[in-house]
Unconditional design. Structure first.
Length: 350
């Protein structure tokens, strides 16, 4: 697709020498081999991605994408659509979970309005890259045009470029927009060829009747848009959201530029599936923070051969699962760097 030729640019290889040398170092540190479990794996993975003997998640850069979803008209969320703009202000003013956590972990966050329902005018701390007034209702029409798809992918790409120019060493993408678990579910069902009943869930807290209504809306969307031979980009334009598409572009760009990706929950995993479908090696650059309580997330993780680190019953989105893992990533890296080896400490090795 014109304007998206960069998707096929090569993905950087992981530095396997750096990963091997980090693994060897872990085995020389004063502990029974493997005893720090997956903390060891975190440091080794980051070492390979960063080509570094002293890996570190810092600086962490969050791209927080805001957008609305036309399919909210089908009654697929417990909350009304005006919550999106209200939450955008809340995020920008520092009152949302993502904002409090970003401050607590010392992460830089850029909030990008990709097209919430009403144009809020200039909002402090929000970058406006509006592509429309929400997407189309996927149960009845495509989510977006080809032009909007291209612009959303490029918005994700330029977000990563700004992150890199700010020195980022770890990327977390997040989203907020009422109704968003519906396009995420639709994209996942389309890409994985799974029945909607296996993937659909409560999102913000729908009851059984609400989930059934959401299932019907997604089934209508798939019946309308799913045709054999449709490309991944075409499916994204028909079923996705501006945020899922921008994140897909951000993930591919990060992998092309060598920036490690921390994938957040259910909605961001739909983008991860799309990015890996478009460019399989993007998977090598991904770390998965947590298992979302949204039931279909496990199927997504299976498809991505991913085993997320945390399982805290989180189901918020907003990059918060990614943020929750950052302190553990830091700990893993500090341990990797500062622990004494057997020979340094004069401890008997077996
Ligand atoms: C106050 C509030 C803050 C949120 N922050 C993230 N989400 C999350 O919930 C929404 C997806 O769930 P559904 O598809 O059921 O609407 C998205 O906005 C997602 O970011 C929120 C939802 C609400 C209500
Ligand atoms: O895991 C997520 O991304 C999620 C789950 C429920 C609602 N919003 C987001």
């Amino acid at each position: 697709m014109e304007g998206l030729l960069w998707i096929n640019d090569p993905i950087l290889p992981i530095d396997s020498m750096a990963a091997d040398s980090a693994r060897r170092r872990q085995d020389q540190l004063t502990k029974p081999r493997g005893s720090l479990g997956r903390l060891e794996e975190m440091a080794i993975k980051l070492a390979g991605m960063q080509g570094a003997s002293a890996p570190s998640p810092d600086p962490v850069h969050i791209l927080q994408f805001m957008s609305d979803h036309g399919v909210a008209a089908e009654g697929v969320s417990l909350y009304p659509q005006e919550v999106t703009i209200q939450m955008m202000r809340n995020i920008a003013h520092g009152g949302a979970a993502v904002s409090v956590m970003a401050e607590a972990i010392g992460a830089r966050m850029e909030i990008i309005d990709l097209g919430i329902l009403t144009d809020p005018g200039p909002v402090e701390n929000v970058r406006s890259e509006r592509l429309g007034f929400g997407t189309g209702n996927i149960a009845r029409e495509p989510a977006m045009s080809e032009e909007q798809l291209v612009a959303a992918m490029n918005a994700g790409r330029s977000g990563v470029e700004r992150a890199l120019s700010n020195g980022a060493r770890l990327l977390i993408c997040g989203e907020m927009g009422i109704g968003n678990t519906t396009p995420a579910t639709a994209v996942a069902c389309a890409l994985l060829d799974k029945p909607v009943v296996d993937m659909v869930g409560p999102g913000t807290g729908l009851n059984a009747e609400g989930i059934d209504r959401k299932r019907q809306a997604i089934e209508s969307a798939l019946a309308l848009h799913l045709e054999p031979g449709r490309s991944t980009l075409d499916l994204l334009a028909r079923l996705g959201g501006f945020d899922i598409v921008a994140t897909t572009g951000a993930y591919i760009t990060a992998a092309q530029r060598g920036l490690p990706i921390l994938v957040d929950g259910f909605i961001m995993s739909a983008a991860a599936l799309a990015a890996v479908r478009l460019q399989p090696e993007v998977r090598n650059w991904m770390i998965f923070s947590h298992t979302s309580a949204e039931p279909g997330h496990r199927l997504m993780m299976e498809a991505l051969d991913a085993d997320p680190y945390l399982d805290l019953g989180m189901r918020l989105g907003e990059a918060t699962g990614g943020e929750a893992l950052v302190p553990l990533l830091r700990l893993a890296c500090v341990v990797h760097q500062r622990m004494a080896t057997f020979s340094e400490a004069g401890v008997t090795e077996v």
